[in-house]
Design a protein around this ligand. Structure first.
Ligand code: PMP
Length: 427
């Protein structure tokens, strides 16, 4: 049994000693003390089904024994910087990761987070092309440092950053977007931006395949191939931000971009890659990677032995436990059940996503698509009381984000939908 400080004591310490920007999800926050696979346990020993672990990087399930063993064994042997000496862990993981990517995407840089990975990707694209302009779709999220916060296109995640050279394109959002699901029409906005908002040359286009923070929005089909074409013609590089959609989560593919039939010049990743260990990566071609030898590029802990040992263990678990196939089959079952719930409640405006990255958007008026922000919070809280944790997102904070560990089962999916059903019935 847990004998540590109570939720109230922790809350008081957080208020006194942590930045006021650190917030929590629920009105009465839960004190989580343990995790095992798709479950989390609070200080009273109560079990919760975790349908939002994907955001906290968990892809194999909390505390997966193979990943824990890899971390503990490597910590016992050596933890150090990658840069000074040789060690096999970083080389082994780079080789394994490169084997998961198509074409010439074979050179890996490791970082400690998704933000760092995207900062590095944008830097490399600007160096390679000699061009400063970067285009990203509205509603995207790419990180919280200067360059990535500029590329992020939601005012709720932006401070007073210098927005130099960054352009935000009309979002190819099939639910709220002006062109519905016609990806090619949205892509024309990117071409217009190149033609009328730049010199005609650009550095990079960066985008998620499914916008996670933005409320699980799958880019309209046909958008990415057309945009990649425009960007290439303008001399730019295409960056795929796979921080949320990558690592087998979409089920149909290992990477989110693959469902769109494109091959990026640079791919960035974090979250799922380390199953909870701080780790990010940028993968690109040998030719693009050369730009970093013009100066010294150094990252103390990027690719350190412990994190890369964890990363290698994660890749092995995904394969051993067939987690991509599981994301596909359990994900389509869950989406099917959520769609049935949409027929039952007018409050549900949209059910979307792929594999185990799904979104449920609540609206008070299905014609006007008025965001049901208060109802979303209420259902979120009630589901927690029933024992199911889901996330919340979207610019209007009215979308449930369902990104569980990839070991989620059909029974878990049933429990989640039944809990959502019960909570919605009480509104
Ligand atoms: N890209 C995407 C798509 C993300 O969702 C996030 C984090 N929410 C990031 C980048 C930034 O990752 P990190 O928080 O690890 O810096």
């Amino acid at each position: 049994p847990y004998s540590g400080p109570s939720a109230d004591e922790i809350l008081a310490k957080r208020k006194q000693y942590l930045s006021p920007s650190v917030s929590h999800l629920y009105k009465t926050p839960v004190n989580i003390v343990e995790g095992k696979r798709q479950y989390l346990y609070d200080d009273k020993g109560r079990r919760y089904l975790d349908a939002f672990g994907g955001i906290a990087t968990v892809c194999c399930g909390h505390c997966h024994p193979d990943v824990v063993e890899a971390i503990v064994n490597q910590t016992r042997r050596l933890q150090h910087s990658t840069v000074l000496y040789l060690n096999h862990a970083v080389a082994d993981f780079a080789e394994a990761l490169a084997s998961k990517l198509p074409g010439d995407l074979k050179v890996v840089f490791f970082t400690n987070s998704g933000t760092e990975a995207n900062e590095l990707a944008i830097l490399m694209a600007r160096l390679y092309t000699g061009c400063h302009d970067v285009i990203s779709p509205r509603n995207s999220y790419h990180g919280n440092a200067a360059g990535t916060m500029a590329a992020t296109a939601q005012s709720i995640w932006k401070f007073n950053v210098v927005q130099s050279g960054v352009h935000h394109a009309v979002n190819p959002d099939p639910y709220r977007g002006v062109f519905g699901s016609d990806g090619e029409k949205y892509a024309r906005d990117v071409q217009d931006m190149i033609d009328f908002g730049t010199s005609g040359n650009v550095g990079a286009f960066i985008s998620e395949a499914i916008q996670g923070v933005g409320g699980v929005i799958e880019l309209a089909p046909g958008y990415l191939p057309a945009v990649y074409n425009s960007i290439k013609k303008a001399g730019g590089l295409c960056i795929a931000d796979e921080v949320q959609a990558g690592f087998a989560r979409t089920g149909s593919h290992f990477w989110g971009f693959e469902a769109h039939g494109v091959v990026p010049d640079i791919v960035t990743m974090a979250k799922g890659i380390g199953n909870g260990i701080p780790l990010g990566a940028v993968v690109t071609t040998p030719e693009i990677a050369e730009v970093l030898v013009r100066r010294n590029y150094f990252n103390t802990f990027g690719g350190n032995p412990v994190c890369t040992a964890a990363g290698l263990a994660v890749l092995r678990v995904i394969e051993k436990e067939k987690l991509q196939q599981n994301a596909s089959s359990v994900g389509s079952y869950l989406k099917h059940r959520l769609s049935a719930l949409k027929n039952k409640y007018e409050l549900i405006g949209d059910v979307r996503g792929r594999g185990l990255i799904l979104g449920v958007e609540l609206v008070t008026d299905s014609e006007l698509k008025t965001p049901a922000k208060a109802e979303t919070l209420q259902v979120l809280d009630q589901m927690k009381d029933i024992g199911v944790l889901v996330g919340k997102g979207g610019y209007f904070a009215n979308v449930f984000r369902i990104t569980p560990p990839l070991c989620f089962t059909r029974q878990d999916a049933d429990f989640l939908v039944d809990a959502m059903d019960l909570a919605l019935s009480r509104i």
